[in-house]
Every structure is written in structure tokens, then in C-alpha cells.
Design a binder for this molecule. Structure first.
Ligand code: 5CA
Ligand code: ZN
Length: 409
């Protein structure tokens, strides 16, 4: 499928720093040193409802990863999926009496608009689960033929015991894994499975549900984890730099994906760093489509909120923290945007060379956006209080804030 238009990323003088980022799999910070082309896979939406602030916060984090890489003068190869067939999408379509294809197309179109408005860089490959099916089927066949997968009443399951590294992305204990598996699309209580945690790779066609030709697997549809593995391996290959998503994807999704890839290639892990954004809550609970406690990007935009202010609100929290959305956060962001815009609208100002380096240092330090915002606040305050005579400074600040933070002043 097509992605969305790219906003231009201004080039800055000098060169950025290599990114040090928290890796869930090793539990510590890693310094990423990608080749000339950095490779990143970010798990995309399941398009049955509009983009909420939680999604936006997660995509903001991975947009910043790319901006840091671009500032080191690397190219970025970015892949994102759309889970355009899965249980929650089919259930929502049934509930609302609408066609599931139309629902997915509508919500994906809205997501593209939201991402464009927020100046999120588009992936070079934006791939739907449905269009990935021809690539998924042979992988499931290979897993089955090598003994890493087995059939149960026509469905095909991955055997977690096939992967000696299983558990080394999340490091969760069995009890927690079992709990999360039941909560997040798994079926640990289904009788006949070799291990309760085994996830489905291929679901045989069900009455009244869409299905596709699965070759020797029979008609059916793909499991969730193999979808992302197939798309990632097809477009990026093994050992890419970052696999990203929210922390609710640590288990089972990224754990199982790493296991599928290990069983397919003999290599572990699939990504050099497993990077996870914290959860955004509303009224004390994780914002989620299933709970319905949502603040939508599109609704704020319709209400006339400047997307740059939404982005500044996201940036005011460190990406790994869990945080709660409040109207006050947005108000603070609107005020900040006004102050910054007023500061860069003058013909000259205090030198901004040090500010550019402060921004680079803060972002390369595990995407420390609160420190980055504070640095721009200081420059803007100095501009307001004393001004300055550097006539290139306001333009440099605008370009740096745009290039590194994705905020157009
Ligand atoms: N399609 C799958 C990934 S392959 C999926 O999880 N889709 S989603 O629509 O449920 O979520 C899209 C992205 O937003 C995921 O990375 C998820 O971790 C993240 N996300 C969902 N809810 C929140 C939240 N409340 N806060 C932060 N990130 C969230
Ligand atoms: Zn995914």
C-alpha cells in the first residue's frame, strides 16, 4: 500500500551523534552504529479505530530515532506494517455492521492524514498483512516442514520450544507470559497445544470470515507475529537495527517474532535493538481502542489544534515513560509553540550553535526530549529577555527544531 507524503528534513551544519538507546532484550543501553543505511521496522496500526495519542506517542519516538540517524548523514530504510486483517478488526466490523475491508481502508487513510499532519516521516515500505500473505505462506510451510510448527485441527501453531532463545526479548516469567498471551490475542487454554504459549501461525478458514489460499496449509489467514516477521525479513533482512513498538508489544508480539525468525534463519535476535515506548493513559487506564478511553489526533485537528502543538505535547514526555494525557499538557504545548514561534520570527537573536549541539546530545541520549525542549526554552527566553545580533540564529533554530524534533515553527 502507499504511505504518506514526506515532509522535508532540513540539513544542519556539522554532524549528529550516534544514538544510545535502551534495548529491551539486553535490558540496557546500546550504542547503535548502523551502516550507511540504517534499517528500522516499526509495528503499525490495526486499523479499526482512529489514531489516538498513545499511537502518536509511539510513532513519535521512532520518528525521532530516524531524525537522529539522518542528522548523522545516514540514510534510513523504514518499514511499517498495517494489520489489515485480524480478530479485533473483524470483530469491530461485525459489531458495527460494516464491511471489514472498508473499515480498514478508512482508518488507514485517516492514520496517513494524522501522520502527515504530525510530520512523521513515512516508511519506504508500508505493507498490509493481506498483501503480505503470499510471502507468509512459504515461511509457515518451512517452519512446519522443519518441525518448528505443528497442526492442530487444521490450524498451524509455532512451537516455542523450537527456539533455544525463547524468552530473551521480554525476560518475563512463564506465569506473566501466559497471562499476557491470553490478554493479547493468544489462546493458552486451547486443548491440544504442545505448550500453552505456542502462537498461531496460520488459522484455517472459519465460517463467515475472510480466507486466502495457503498452498499446502489450506485456506486460511495468517497469525499476527509471522506477519511482521515476513514483512521485516522481506524488506530489511535479518539483523536490522531497530524493531519498535509500544511496550504492550514486548510480549507476545516481539518475543514470538524473534523466535519465528530464529527458527527460520538460525540467527538471534532479528533486530539489534528492541525499542519500546511507554504507554499513554487517560483517566488512569492505558488508552486503548478496546477500552474506548481515547483522545484522537484527528479530533484535536478538527477542533483546530495546531498539529505542531500536538507534537510538542508528545515530546514533553520521555518516550519510555508511561504517562497520562491531560488537557493541561496540550495547553502547555500550545503556549510553548507560541513562545518559540515569536522567538524565531525576529530578524536576529542570540547565537544558536550551542543549542544545536545541546539538542543533538539530548536526543542521542536515549531520546531525552524533555531536556531538548528545555534547551530550546532557554534560547527562546534569552531571545525574549536580551535578544542578540546573530542574524542566522532564528533560521538555524527553526531548522534544528524541524530537523530533529519534527516541529515546524
Ligand atoms: N498492529 C499491531 C502491531 S503489528 C498493533 O499493535 N496495532 S495497534 O493499533 O494496537 O497499535 C499500534 C502501535 O501503537 C503499537 O506499536 C502499540 O504498541 C502502540 N500503542 C497502542 N496503544 C498505546 C498506548 N496507549 N500508548 C502508547 N502506545 C500505544
Ligand atoms: Zn507487529
Amino acid at each position: 500500500m502507499h504511505a504518506w507524503p514526506a515532509s522535508e528534513v532540513p540539513a544542519l551544519p556539522g554532524k549528529g551523534r550516534d544514538l544510545r538507546i535502551h534495548d529491551t532484550a539486553t535490558g540496557g543501553r546500546v550504542t547503535l552504529a548502523p551502516g550507511p543505511v540504517a534499517r528500522i521496522y516499526v509495528c503499525g496500526i490495526t486499523p479499526y479505530d482512529a489514531t489516538h495519542m498513545g499511537h502518536a506517542a509511539t510513532y513519535n519516538a521512532f520518528d525521532l530515532v530516524q531524525r537522529v540517524w539522518l542528522d548523522t548523514k545516514r540514510q534510513v530504510h523504514y518499514v511499517q506494517n498495517v494489520t489489515d486483517v485480524d480478530d479485533p478488526l473483524l470483530e469491530r466490523a461485525l459489531r458495527d455492521g460494516v464491511d471489514w475491508v472498508g473499515l480498514a481502508e478508512r482508518e488507514t487513510a485517516l492514520f496517513r492524514e494524522d501522520m502527515t499532519a504530525l510530520r512523521m516521516l513515512p516508511p519506504q515500505h508500508y505493507v498490509g498483512a493481506v498483501e503480505a500473505i503470499p510471502g507468509i505462506v512459504p515461511l509457515v510451510e518451512r517452519l512446519r516442514d522443519s518441525g518448528a510448527a505443528y497442526e492442530l485441527d487444521g490450524d498451524v501453531y509455532f512451537s516455542v520450544e523450537a527456539d533455544p532463545h525463547f524468552g530473551q526479548v521480554s525476560h518475563y516469567d512463564t506465569e506473566l507470559m501466559r497471562h499476557l498471551s491470553a490478554e493479547r490475542g493468544g489462546d493458552p487454554d486451547r486443548p491440544g497445544k504442545k505448550n500453552p504459549l505456542d502462537p498461531m501461525l496460520w488459522m484455517a478458514a472459519r465460517e463467515g470470515e475472510p480466507s486466502w489460499d495457503g498452498g499446502s496449509l489450506g485456506r486460511g489467514r495468517p497469525g499476527w507475529h509471522i506477519e511482521c516477521v515476513a514483512i521485516a525479513l522481506d524488506h530489511l533482512g535479518m539483523g536490522f537495527d531497530v524493531q519498535g513498538g509500544g511496550s504492550d508489544l514486548i510480549f507476545p508480539h516481539h518475543e514470538m517474532g524473534a523466535s519465528h525468525a530464529q527458527a527460520l534463519t538460525g540467527e538471534f535476535p532479528m533486530a539489534k535493538a528492541y525499542v519500546h515506548a511507554g504507554m499513554v493513559a487517560l483517566d488512569g487506564e492505558k488508552m486503548s481502542k478496546s477500552k474506548g478511553n481515547l483522545v484522537f489526533v484527528s479530533k484535536l485537528r478538527r477542533d483546530g489544534v495546531d498539529p505542531a502543538a500536538i507534537r510538542l505535547a508528545l515530546l514533553s514526555h520521555r518516550y519510555r515513560d508511561d504517562w497520562e494525557w491531560t488537557d493541561q499538557i496540550l495547553e502547555t504545548a500550545v503556549e510553548r509553540l507560541d513562545r518559540w514561534r515569536a522567538a524565531v520570527s525576529r530578524p536576529d537573536g542570540p547565537s544558536a550553535d550551542a543549542l544545536v549541539e545541546e539538542l543533538r546530545e539530548a536526543l542521542s541520549d536515549d531520546l531525552d526530549t524533555p531536556t531538548a525542549l528545555a534547551a530550546v526554552d532557554r534560547w527562546a527566553a534569552l531571545q525574549t529577555a536580551e535578544g542578540g545580533s546573530d542574524d542566522s540564529a532564528p533560521g538555524l533554530v527553526s531548522r534544528a527544531v524541524d530537523a530533529l524534533l519534527g516541529v515546524a515553527l
